[in-house]
Design a protein around this ligand. Sequence first.
Ligand code: ZN
Ligand code: ZN
Length: 357
Amino acid sequence: MLEKRLLKLRQKLQERGIEALLISHPVNRRYLTGFTGSAGVVLITATEQLLVTDFRYVIQVQEQAPHMTLVQHQGAIYHTVGEQCRKLGIKALSFEQDHLTFAEFLQLKEAVGDIKLQPTSGIVKELRMVKDADELAVMREAARIADQAFSKILSDIKPGVRENEISFKLEFYMRELGATSSSFDMIVASGKRSALPHGVASDKVLELGDLVTLDFGALYQGYASDITRTVMLGRPSEKQKEIYDIVWEACNRTIAALRPGMTGKEADAVARDYISAHGYGDFFGHSTGHGLGMEVHELPMLSSRGDVVLQPNMVVTVEPGIYLPEVGGVRIEDDVVITETGCEALNQSSKDWIVIE
Ligand code: ZN
Ligand code: ZN
């Protein structure tokens, strides 16, 4: 699989007329090499594939990335990169403009001397949009961990419990089930706070009458899941039930509509139009979904600016929501993989209305 990823990258470099690419983003480095260490850069040309790192990782690279040529640097890493570029006769070196600090750029510039530096953006990210079979297997497991943790946390949701106790327990359950960690700073937002789309867990106590939004995911073998469920604590009001039903329908309609050939913008419109038709368009202020993989927010975006055409094996979230300042908010989020004919959910937790009394 890793060899295949490198092959695809080389095709892309050739299409763009790129002679050599320096990869400094740790996630992209792991994607191409399998190396999970915390330091190092990758240099790819049409014929060479170097992994430059320090002595701490020599054995790890040999184990995890035997397909890479290991170059150990003693002094500054970019000094060694410069040496290797000269040795390979590289005339123009492309680098990841989004993943190099200004200080690193200056070091690189000095180290490469006459070699021309060319900024690039998104090359490996675009490759990462379409998942291979190994990635999908890992992502299914990341989603399964989130599902199981969700079913366990339901018995902990009761009046008097603080939001951050819930987030702590969810994290504990996910780790117990095999996750490395949470895939992001999870959201536990109850009552009026549930109207905050990104309300990370606070010390607010859960009360009867609260909508409780849990937006969380597991990081498993380098891949993230990201699901949201909103549950009702106590008897729901008419308004709470109404917005839940609209969000539920918007989520299901979008999942039913997703298929290859559709743009992210068209997918976004399915949820947005439905919510707007019910008068809540102004209360759905974020995009319908985003790509998911080694990072929680990847390409493609399901948003009004999403111009990427969906392809089989892309993984995206579908997460419409309605947030009413005095009533609370509802968001429902699933992770789905685009298939040849539509899409398939990676997580299985029921989206039906859950009332905890
Ligand atoms: Zn989420
Ligand atoms: Zn999300």
